[in-house]
Design a protein around this ligand. Structure first.
Ligand code: SF4
Length: 446
């Protein structure tokens, strides 16, 4: 049962040291009770208190892992209703549906797309994670496609009303913990037994949120921990209402039967790619843990992956690139050195423009705590007496003998300080805009 903030506070170390990110143990206890903090943030909690607080401090929405191999995906684990309150944690898992009634060519094309759709953005690889295999009354084919999907590295969702078909597929891929879809009013006990036998996560499905909650409560009583919730509603408005209701009850009321990630099927809610993209986009924002599309077409998947990236990055922590030396276009010791901040967006724009210039160059990335060049300069993190020691220590002097450092035009003001810090270097002022870097490099260094 959930504990109140005061009950949790009584078990806190009461050091009021602030190491957990809030100034007092009372504030931390209140956050813990509201699902806005994690027990691990306090290093001083006793083992005894940890045990007692374990359930109270668990995220109000459980993190559920689908799959066990390298392609496993974690969903759920959310602690806030709105991203700006803190952050969303586990991005919506995206996948496509493959039915046993599809031709071999169609199955192979979808699995090929699953393996090939990879997009590199801001240092991350964006890709779909799941394949849902649906049995349409062909158990052997169901098993064979499930095996292929598993071998393709997907986290698999097995969809069937036929327990024997599910069991047969599990005999092939059960060790990789696919999600079983779905326990219903009519098959609750047998699906529960099957999920327990193979230690797999289990989806629970009903027409309405209240019915899903009742079934989930029964499964919790049977000892299930990893559940995924599903309502039958295929209308965008009604499914959206269900998703919001589940999230609100889980977070605001700490209602445990609904404290699990959800699965939504845009593939069944739209009959053309544009509508399907709109439906899926809606549920990336609110609040699907998993979404199953009808196919994996780049023009549908790419915008969804980008939307997901935007929604699931921490709004309080800028995305950063590691400090260091980045070679672009195979530079050598006669190549110029450019420097920028470690705000990911800045880094990727600058490195992309240098690459486009085809001029071999060294790019230095300075740790500015994720601040862009101008903001970092204003905060004293992109100034002469920070950049100077960095250039001397980072090892670039062994790589570039040209000794020409190009600083961003927006930070031209630091050139005087840098000349004092780096007397052996020529300091050049580059363009203010990233788009002008190729012309600048070609003109001065080609
Ligand atoms: S880190 Fe622990 S002891 Fe320190 S203020 Fe936070 S809850 Fe209290």
């Amino acid at each position: 049962m959930a504990l109140s903030g005061i009950q949790i506070f009584k078990m806190m170390p009461k050091k009021n040291c602030g190491e957990c990110g809030v100034p007092t143990c009372l504030a931390f206890a209140m956050n813990l009770a509201g699902g806005k903090a994690e027990l691990a943030q306090c290093p001083y909690v006793s083992d005894d208190a940890k045990e007692k607080l374990a359930s109270a401090s668990a995220p109000p929405i459980r993190t559920v892992q689908i799959g066990a191999n390298a392609g496993a995906v974690k969903v759920g684990g959310e602690t806030v209703l709105y991203r700006h309150e803190k952050t969303f944690n586990n991005p919506t898992g995206l996948g496509c549906l493959i039915s046993t009634s599809e031709t071999d060519d169609s199955v192979d094309a979808k699995l090929k797309a699953f393996k090939e759709l990879r997009y590199e953005r801001v240092g991350l690889t964006l890709k779909p994670e799941l394949v849902a295999v649906k049995d349409e009354g062909a158990a052997d084919r169901f098993k064979a496609i499930a095996k292929k999907a598993d071998e393709a590295g997907a986290a698999v969702v097995l969809i069937s009303d036929n327990l024997d078909a599910l069991k047969s597929a599990l005999s092939e891929i059960g060790k990789n913990k696919p999600l079983l879809y779905a326990a219903t009013e009519g098959n609750l006990d047998s699906m529960s037994d099957l999920a327990k036998e193979f230690d797999c996560p289990l989806a629970v499905k009903a027409a309405k949120v209240g019915q899903v909650a009742k079934l989930a409560a029964k499964l919790i009583a049977k000892g299930h921990k990893d559940l995924v919730l599903s309502t039958d509603n295929l209308s965008l408005a009604e499914q959206l209402r269900d998703q919001v209701m589940i999230r609100r009850l889980a977070l605001e009321n700490l209602y445990r039967p609904l404290g699990f990630p959800t699965i939504v099927f845009p593939c069944a809610m739209a009959d053309n790619p544009i509508d399907e993209t709109i439906v899926a986009g809606t549920f990336i924002s609110k609040y699907a843990g998993i979404q199953i599309l009808s196919d994996l077409k780049g023009e549908v998947v790419f915008p969804l992956l980008l939307q997901r990236l935007n929604i699931y990055t921490d709004p309080q922590r800028p995305m950063t690139t590691e400090q260091g030396i980045y070679p672009v276009n195979n530079p050598d010791e006669k190549s110029p050195v450019l420097i920028t901040s470690n705000f990911s967006l800045t880094y990727f724009i600058v490195s992309g423009e240098i690459e486009a210039s085809r001029v071999p160059s060294w790019l230095l990335v300075l740790n500015t705590d994720g601040l862009s060049v101008l903001t970092a300069w204003a905060a004293g993190k992109f100034v002469g007496d920070v950049i100077g020691p960095f250039v001397k220590k980072c090892g670039i002097e062994d790589k570039s003998k040209l000794k020409k450092l190009v600083i961003p035009g927006a930070a031209a003001i630091i050139s005087g300080d840098l000349e004092e810090e780096l007397p052996d270097w020529e300091i050049a002022i580059g363009p203010r805009e990233g788009a002008h870097i190729p012309a600048y490099l070609r003109q001065n260094f080609a």
